[in-house]
Design a protein around this ligand. Structure first.
Ligand code: NOJ
Length: 759
């Protein structure tokens, strides 16, 4: 029935098109697909629509089955029945989505299908490590694969569109949303953004959007949301245009290069104009410079928030500013549905603006195949056979192990060999925890499902000679003398203490900023008591952000950063602890020594009075009196159970001609007794620029498996394009002059330094 109605609408629309009726405004619309046939179809549908119906397409409502912001008072049912809803988010399950789609398709005048969206951030049902953790794998294939799986699960449950990837550069670990991105670096952030977009959308070709195992991606939050002052969520981003362009914008642009279908406007003010109303960002840069042809959705009530931002007098004014800036869809704010018609009548918004926005939204529905069959994603059996397939769970376990970063490992305390007759005391608030392991934004994940570390260890060490004992010791926020004493008692009777501590999942993610990023006092009390026991301690940390681990670094023998690892958390981390997987994770965000240093990031500027590291306390230098300026653990850092060396670094030439290329070769060796993987990192420094340049910039990386004792030759290349940046005139180009170059194991590794020149 619905399908029949559908076919008749399209037939009608196309016949009108053939009869020569054209859309109400003349179109200079450039479609996302560039396919003239699709453009014609879109225009034919547009031609049937009233102004109100078009505005309906620009309106998104939350089904409130999973609330991710302030609940809006508007019940959207009446809009739905009038065909005035373009998209719904937070509606889930094939059955639930079908009910709403049926109303749109069968009960409304035109029967235009709805676009269903959801926050599928790091998995839908199978939850993968939190995105920043996963980025620490530096494994782009893996990152792409987990996004693909998330898309496949979500699409099988009826969804068309995910609000991911989050590509905001984050330099401030107080900001709870650092967990959602790929860390502090624009180069790595861009590569990860591309991998995630391609994973969700099934590649870079718009035709793959029609597959029922892909979803539209949404690069967010455009722009500079991660630059929130003092790490306080939603706070102002005040930054120079060259920092914006050189540091913050590249991952959003990379998403465009991967052909992302949509963007989300960020909540924050960017240099005085909130992004949602920022024409320069939304129109001049996104559409003008980058040629983006999909559509932009606001963030949750982001349009209404233009009022408290103080740039709009009321919601109506806010709608005017947002739509004229280039924000095409209103997420749950009801400003468009309420005021756009009036604004068009008052000629404050042109009908062309409305037509173009509607076209962009309709086109996505065409590309998803919804006009052919609005129910094509709705198949209970497919959902049942897709969700949490064994292969997905295996990938999740691998992702957990690859995301973990070994921060310290004195005396090779880890791994715990399965054949050693060791007594291991398992202690800590996170040892038996499942509830927190999915972290924030767990899609449709089940908080009770993640495998606890305790369970993972039991499984991985089954039939081994290792003997475990257990005491909780403390909760995340409380240590009683009784609980601490129990832990101390079993610790005394052990050869090794394995402690799992960290954060509640609610302490990171949206609206979860902190001013103190140390382990909670209760947890540190427990650690101090255990330290008194005098046995070696290995600490596993589950957290949504880099913590201040200065005390732990001083006092604990081994530290493994496990992030929030998701469904298979306990298994993947136990694999690392047992040495079944040799840790290969490398940090994508620097760990500060204290909050006073924040923001601390590797690609900083030199200043006019840089610290002389041969005399770091030398006076009148850019330093602190009470702390080193360096990170505790820098970007790119992470240990392995083996050791590596990088040698014989050579350039094929020391002068790069314009349009030319330099090839860098290096010998990488596994110098230890265990097979492992090395992330070799290529950094450059542009010594003199028209604007000041970072002391180091990542320009390449490779993850290579090396058997114990094995060496391999690897190769990087650098072209003029790799050296480009936005200089004094805000154009992007490479400036002639000298560059330093390092092939390194992390951002503070200066062992292999060379120089070249760009002509
Ligand atoms: C607000 C968040 O900032 C955004 O990332 C998310 O996609 C929306 N809420 C929808 O849940």
């Amino acid at each position: 029935m619905a399908k029949l109605k559908f076919i008749s609408i399209i037939a009608l629309a196309l016949s009108l098109f053939k009869c020569g009726r054209t859309p109400s405004s003349s179109s200079n619309w450039n479609s996302f697909s560039g396919d003239k046939n699709i453009e014609r179809k879109v225009d034919s549908v547009l031609n049937l629509m009233t102004l109100e119906e078009k505005i309906g397409q620009m309106s998104q409502f939350s089904a409130n089955w999973s609330v991710t912001g302030p609940v809006m008072p508007d019940d959207f049912q009446p809009y739905l029945e009038k065909g005035l809803v373009g998209s719904i988010f937070n509606a889930v399950t094939v059955e639930g989505i079908r009910k709403m789609q049926e109303i749109a398709v069968e009960k409304t005048r035109l029967g235009i299908p709805i676009l269903f969206a959801y926050d599928v951030i790091h998995g839908y049902k199978t939850i993968f490590p939190m995105p920043m953790g996963e980025a620490c794998s530096w494994n782009l294939e893996l990152i792409k694969r987990t996004a693909q799986i998330a898309a496949e699960e979500a699409a099988s449950d009826g969804l068309h569109w995910t609000f991911a990837p989050m590509v905001d550069i984050s330099r401030d670990p107080r900001w709870g949303r650092v967990m959602e991105g790929a860390g502090e670096d624009p180069f790595l952030g861009s590569a990860v953004a591309k991998a995630r977009v391609e994973g969700f959308q099934g590649g870079t070709d718009w035709r793959s959007l029609k597959e029922t195992n892909t979803v539209l991606a949404c690069a967010k939050h455009f722009a500079a949301y991660g630059a929130a002052e003092s790490g306080r969520d939603y706070n102002t981003a005040e930054l120079s245009e060259h920092t914006l362009r050189n540091i913050y914008l590249p991952p959003y642009e990379a998403a465009k290069e991967a052909n992302v279908a949509t963007y989300m406007a960020s909540f924050n003010d960017v240099n005085g104009i909130p992004a949602t109303a920022n024409k320069w960002l939304m129109s001049d840069i996104l559409r003008g410079e980058w040629n983006f042809k999909g559509f932009v959705v606001s963030d949750y009530t982001g349009i209404n928030e233009l009022v408290p931002h103080g740039v709009a007098e009321n919601d109506k004014h806010a709608a005017q500013l947002a739509v004229n800036a280039g924000t095409e869809m209103d997420m749950t704010g009801s400003t468009y549905i309420k005021y756009l018609k009036q604004l068009v009548e008052e000629e404050k918004v042109s009908e062309k603006t409305i037509d173009d926005a509607t076209r962009r939204i309709l086109e996505m529905k065409f590309l998803l195949g919804l006009f052919e069959d609005p129910y094509r994603y709705l198949d209970e059996n497919r959902a049942k056979n897709t969700i949490q397939k064994p292969e997905f769970m295996q990938t999740a376990r691998k992702a957990v192990a690859e995301s973990a970063v070994l921060l310290k490992n004195d005396n090779n305390l880890l791994p715990i060999r399965k054949d050693s007759p060791k007594k291991v005391a398992l202690i800590g608030a996170m040892m038996k925890d499942s509830i927190n392991l999915n972290g924030e934004w767990q899609g449709r994940g089940d908080r009770n499902q993640p495998v606890s570390l305790f369970k993972g260890l039991q499984e991985v060490f089954r039939n081994s000679s290792v003997q475990f004992s257990y005491a909780q010791g403390c909760t995340l926020t409380e240590a009683t003398s009784k609980s601490v004493n129990e832990a101390v008692t079993i610790a005394k009777n052990s050869d090794l203490i394995l402690v799992a501590l960290g954060e509640d999942f609610n302490w990171s993610g949206e609206a979860a900023s902190l001013t103190d990023i140390r382990l909670h006092t209760a947890q540190r009390e427990l650690l101090k008591a255990l330290k008194q026991v005098g046995k070696p301690i290995a600490l596993v940390i589950f957290s949504g952000r880099p913590l201040d681990l200065s005390w732990e670094n001083e006092n604990i023998d081994a530290i493994l950063q496990a992030w929030f690892p998701g469904t298979q958390g306990g298994y993947g981390i136990a694999d690392v602890i047992a040495g079944d997987y040799n840790p290969s994770g490398r940090l994508v965000m620097s760990f500060p020594r204290n909050v006073g240093q924040i923001p601390v990031y590797y690609n900083q500027k030199n200043t006019g009075r840089p610290v002389n590291f041969d005399n770091p306390q030398g006076d009148y230098r850019s330093k602190y009196e009470d702390s080193p300026i360096t990170a505790l653990y820098p970007f790119g850092y992470g240990l392995s159970y083996t050791t590596f060396s990088i040698s014989d670094v050579k350039l094929d030439k020391t002068v790069m001609e314009r349009g030319g290329k330099i090839t860098i070769t290096a010998k990488i060796s596994n110098t230890g007794n265990t097979d492992g993987e090395l992330v070799t990192q290529l950094y450059v420094r542009d010594l003199v620029g028209s604007v000041t340049r970072p002391v180091k910039e990542l320009k390449g990386f490779q993850k290579t498996a090396l058997k114990a004792g094995e060496s391999k030759q690897i190769q990087f290349s650098l072209t003029e394009k790799d050296l480009e940046f936005y200089g004094i005139d805000m154009t992007r180009k490479a400036e002639s002059g000298k560059f330093k170059l390092w092939v390194a194991q992390h951002s503070a590794d200066n062992a292999n330094e060379l120089e070249f020149e760009l002509k």
